[in-house]
Design a protein around this ligand. Structure first.
Ligand code: SAJ
Length: 418
């Protein structure tokens, strides 16, 4: 067991990763300052409120704020360690957009003092942690940077990719193993001391590029495996075989674990991160690229299937259940369900489409151009519909009784009603 950090930590980015990490540290006695450019978000956190739904997070935030351990601000403060947890979306050409990371590094730079630690948690292409070091060094030529000759550096820079699963963040933050890759061994060791504060999993110390790549590979692995399931689904449909039965049986083999087909792969990580690998080594990544294409094609396939079912009726009513990117979360970013609804609404403009999601109150802005969409409670939507499409297997939807679905055309894209 190595050193355990004590001191003050500033976390830049109070999103799905930054805020839970702030709570994990603050509730274990660390003084944490959460920094975000969004003033509304900052004032919500300062009041002890959570700007998004994540189990057990709300109680953690209100407790940490009440104890005086967690503060929120729009200004980067002085601290002993800085964690960067800002988004890394992709550009139009599917390369990583590092502007938020760069802005964070440049905000931190003026405050750095001898002995400070800077950790990049944002998912990033290989080489980004080094860039963070360079951006800092450009603004602070007075600091001795890690790897600059034999003498000990003034600051320590490392990458510790987040790995938590939305919906289980507060649990996985503590239980998952962490990979900490430093610009030097000493950087990794110093950064590891932060995670020892709350992580019960193992802390695996490595170099920065390996840590960056390991994170991307984890998500690409999942994407490729979901693509495999989606391809098996397509094949089974063509051959008139029940894909769920095939997967259930195949998964009884001791070394087979096929994931679930669905309407596509959403969220802010898995549809994005594999492209960082493809961009870094395009010639060497045909499988990863194809998996992305297979998964990106899913919403179109599901929408085409719905349109085909709709042709059996004159003017059917369609109920689409679920809008978020996956079950039991309120996150609609990169949601394949929303893409499916948009495609159906565009293809069938004269047909009424009822939408229902326990986590979404209004028709999402991405769908505002369609006038044939209306939010409805799940039971009412199902009762009025001729065609029921299950897009997200939220618990309340799973509980819908078979008798309620009797006599309707049911398209269960998640295999939840089997
Ligand atoms: N999905 C399927 N079939 C499955 C599993 C998932 O269609 O069998 C779909 C989901 O519905 C969703 C998408 O894939 O649309 C992604 O969901 P997910 O639950 O697989 O993953 P995320 O995006 O919530 O979180 C992932 C996790 N990565 C891995 O499991 C390797 C998480 O640990 C990462 O921290 C997170 O990405 C991230 O932030 O990178």
């Amino acid at each position: 067991m190595g050193d355990v950090f004590s001191g003050r930590i500033a976390i830049l980015g109070m999103g799905y990763i930054g805020l839970p990490t702030a709570v994990a540290l603050a509730t274990r006695g660390i003084e944490v300052v959460g920094v975000d450019t969004d003033e509304e978000r900052v004032s919500a956190i300062a009041r002890g409120e959570v700007p998004f739904v994540e189990p057990d997070l709300a109680i953690g935030v209100s407790g940490a704020v009440a104890m005086g351990r967690l503060k929120a601000t729009t200004e980067t403060p002085e601290a002993d360690a800085y964690i960067i947890a800002v988004p890394t979306p992709f550009n139009g050409d599917r390369t990583a957009n590092l502007s938020y990371v760069e802005a964070a590094a440049k905000q931190i730079a003026p405050h750095l003092r001898h002995g400070n630690i800077v950790v990049l948690e944002s998912t990033s292409p290989p080489g980004t942690t080094e860039k963070v070091g360079r951006w800092i060094s450009e603004l602070r030529p007075d600091l001795r940077m890690p790897g600059d000759g034999e003498t000990s550096a003034d600051i320590f820079v490392a990458h510790c990719p987040e790995r938590v699963l939305p919906g289980r963040i507060m649990i996985e933050l503590v239980t998952n193993d962490r990979v900490v890759g430093g610009l030097t061994q000493q950087c990794a060791e110093r950064a590891a001391s932060i995670y020892r504060v709350f992580a019960k999993g193992e802390i695996l110390v490595t170099d920065a590029a390996s840590a960056e790549m390991a994170k991307l590979v984890e998500n690409a692995y999942r994407d490729v495996n979901i693509a495999f399931a989606n391809e098996i689904s397509l094949i089974s449909e063509t051959l008139h075989i029940d894909v769920w039965e095939v997967i259930r049986l195949a998964n009884r083999h001791p070394r087979v674990n096929i994931l679930s087909p669905g309407p596509g792969v959403g969220g802010h990580c898995i549809p994005v991160d594999p492209w960082f690998i493809v961009a870094a080594a395009p010639e060497q990544s045909p499988l990863i690229r194809t998996a992305r294409q297979v998964n990106d094609r899913r919403p179109h396939h599901v929408a085409e299937q719905v349109a085909e079912k709709a042709r059996r009726f004159r003017t059917p009513t369609i109920a689409c259940l679920g809008l978020t990117f996956k079950a039991n979360v309120d996150d609609i970013r990169e949601s394949p369900a929303i893409e499916v609804v948009g495609l159906i609404a565009g293809a069938l403009p004269d047909i009424e489409i009822l939408l229902s999601d326990p986590y979404v109150d209004e028709v999402p802005p991405l769908l505002s151009e369609y006038s044939n969409l209306r939010m409805e409670r799940a039971h009412a939507a199902v009762d009025r519909a001729d065609i029921v499409v299950l897009l997200v297997e939220h618990e309340p939807f799973k509980a819908i009784r078979n008798t309620r679905l009797n006599g309707k055309v049911v398209y269960d894209t998640r295999g939840a009603w089997r």
